[in-house]
Design a protein around this ligand. Sequence first.
Ligand code: ATP
Length: 349
Amino acid sequence: MAEIQLKRVTKRWGDFVGVQEFDLEIADREFLVLLGPSGCGKTTTMRMIAGLEDPTSGDILIDGKRVNDLDPKDRDVAMVFQSYGLYPNMNVWENIRFPLKVRKVPEAEHEERVKRASAMVELDDFLHRKPAALSGGQRQRVALARAIVRTPKVFLMDEPLSNLDAKLRVSTRAQIKNLSHELQVTTIYVTHDQIEAMTLADRVVVMKQGIVQQVGTPTDIYDSPANTFVAGFIGNPAMNLIDGEVVDGTFHAGGVEIAGVAGVNGSVTLGFRAEDARVAGDGQGNIQAPVYSMELLGDSTMVTVRAGGALIAVKAAKDYRTEIKAPFGAHVPASICHLFHAKSGERLV
Ligand code: ATP
């Protein structure tokens, strides 16, 4: 059991607020991802949970017990960092065993536990190597094995994939997902990569400048972003966002005329996803604009046009071809459009 509660947790350094009134309950065994751009307070939040940083105010509870004053070693959390933090003089076996020694786990159990952890991350053949003789991905897996060699109450993972190349990142991500399913330990995972967040999380917390913007399942966040920041951060490509005016139920921006927009009037930001628009042919559809770029993605062709003062991406069929500057028409049903407040960016519809 490890339920974590953050109650109005705030971290300040002088006048600067790194994390502001973070309020959240993390369920036992939940995989929670903290997502946001560099400097938004993800690592600080995690370090406060680990006990490596003191909150300026607010409470942190693990299993209902306030841990603000507990040392990191007494919180029973295991951390994995992007920098691995391996001991260079120890071989893989010794590195993985290290937490067992520190925690004074009986010697007789070490062999079996290290074997099991190293097998889980497929490191069995590397146990006698020193970290210097391993690839980045292998080192990362040693760091993972070291975290899972004993079963902590909580795993804290801070951008554990950021030093890996694109391919290894995908396979290690799958491995983390699989491991978390096996281990069933409450996990808090920090990343600025929205794909990692979407693929790994039970729930995602999107942060900006120390303030939580939205908490929800990946589907909630993708389908119903709370504001333009979340809409523009999640998805690849991010949601198209166009500033314009709604007059008598029709949204207008240069080259964009979407009829049937209900519930608002005046200035708004309209949003829709590239996959929700379809190619409609020149002169047809409710978006008309010249092609700005065309990207072949293998399973689809991404066409970008410049309209309404924004770049708008439309996902077309894999064999669709056009040319830069060619006239282009696309259709977006009003029913799938999101409307956001023009100034605050908060979701309206
Ligand atoms: P990244 O993805 O770049 O690691 P992050 O979201 O994890 O970013 P944090 O490391 O939590 O961000 O930092 C949040 C903010 O707090 C940043 O603006 C950072 O400069 C500031 N900050 C962090 N530590 C300190 C400190 N010791 N003193 C002053 N400001 C700090």
